[in-house]
Ligand binder design. Structure first.
Ligand SMILES: Cc1cc2nc3c(=O)[nH]c(=O)nc-3n(C[C@H](O)[C@H](O)[C@H](O)COP(=O)(O)O)c2cc1C
Length: 335
């Protein structure tokens, strides 16, 4: 299935993270069967690169237990701090060119990525990236935006439109825009991004998180970015809404850990799904499992869940659930 004309090997894409910050990291994803790989984000800010010096990661079990470093398990949430790729633009272009050359014969495009700082600088970087990659992803949903001034999270339509237009005008390859899930109307942000020239929209970025350790402080000793399987329905909500209301290719992200999760993203309307945390936990084998689990899925499946989805007003009355505690039961006359 293509996304805005970009042909990918399959709909399971590896999203941007430290796992795609080196040539080895990207080629490992390609070799494990990724449909496409999004390289780690860069931007113009030295501060964003320095933030990698304070990167820290805590895996948290579904029961709230913070694991020992490096011992995350499938199903865990990940609270983290991190920075952007610590590399000069020329060196990064050389890395990307080599990664693209490795992916192309295997049908796996490698995308460049920018996490927004200053829009004009993003446009400059986007133009340079577009000289070596087949598509560029612009991340304007960074959950670290409030903590780290060097990256921005845009949650207002005007800001989204301005930033996307500025970058769009400079980038001569497909431009994909990754949006935050934190806005009162994410579909409005997607519409603004599309109108400003985005070829596809990514929904949705991770959420900011905070976890007291109950020992007088907080896990990581700071705020962080949070990904967990529990984020999945929240991401699917906006993918489904955007699919229903807009005519723009969608890329799902945030919360896919299993092949079933990827299929749910596709059924909600995504044409591809960017996974990251599943690979931090399960490595290349996890990626292969996801890819095998979606084999044979075609265009007809995209958005198929929306056909059976109604507005509340169109759902016929149901009997009160018999399993509710009696204090919560209602009768049809008491509705
Ligand atoms: C450690 C880490 C670093 C990330 N770095 C970036 C980044 O540089 N740029 C970006 O657009 N997204 C970044 N992301 C977000 C992922 O690309 C992805 O959208 C997000 O993790 C949700 O997907 P998941 O639930 O499969 O992890 C990062 C995620 C993680 C966990």
């Amino acid at each position: 299935m293509d996304v805005a004309g970009l042909a990918a090997a399959n709909p399971v894409w590896v999203g941007s993270s430290e796992l795609t910050m080196t040539l080895d990291g990207i080629t490992a994803c390609v070799d494990a069967g990724a449909g496409a790989v999004v390289a780690k984000s860069v931007n113009e800010s030295a501060a964003a690169r320095r933030q990698l010096d304070i990167a820290d990661y805590a895996f948290v079990s579904a029961g709230g237990e913070v694991r020992a470093p490096g011992s995350g398990r499938p199903g865990d949430g990940l609270l983290n701090r991190s920075g952007l790729a610590r590399v000069g633009l020329d060196d990064w272009l050389a890395t990307l060119a080599a990664a693209v050359a490795h992916g192309a014969p295997r049908g796996c495009p490698v995308l460049g990525s920018i996490t927004l700082g200053d829009p004009a600088a993003a446009a400059r970087i986007g133009r340079a990236l577009a000289s070596v990659v087949p598509a560029v992803e612009l991340n304007i949903g960074a959950p670290h935006g409030r903590e780290a001034r060097a990256v921005r999270q845009l949650t207002e339509v005007d800001g989204v439109a301005d930033a996307v237009r500025t970058v769009r005008n400079a980038v001569g390859v497909p431009l994909f825009v990754k949006l935050p899930g934190q806005a009162s109307d994410v579909v409005a942000l997607a519409r603004a991004a599309r109108s400003a020239g985005a070829d596809a929209v990514g929904l949705v970025g991770r959420y900011p998180g905070f976890l007291p350790d109950l020992d007088g402080g907080a896990v990581l000793g700071s705020w962080g970015a949070w990904s967990s399987p529990g984020c999945l329905p929240m991401s699917l909500y906006w993918v489904g809404k955007a699919f229903q209301r807009l005519d723009v290719p969608l890329i799902g992200t945030n919360g896919a850990r299993t092949a079933k999760d990827v299929l749910r993203f596709l059924a909600a309307g995504a044409r591809a799904v960017e996974v990251v945390t599943a690979l931090w936990l399960g490595g290349p084998a996890a990626l292969r499992e996801l890819v095998d689990g979606v084999a044979g899925v075609d265009e007809g499946f995209v958005g198929s869940a929306l056909a059976g989805t109604r507005e509340y007003a169109d759902v016929p009355p149901l009997p009160a659930p018999a399993w509710l505690p009696y204090t919560a039961r209602w009768t049809s006359s008491g509705r």
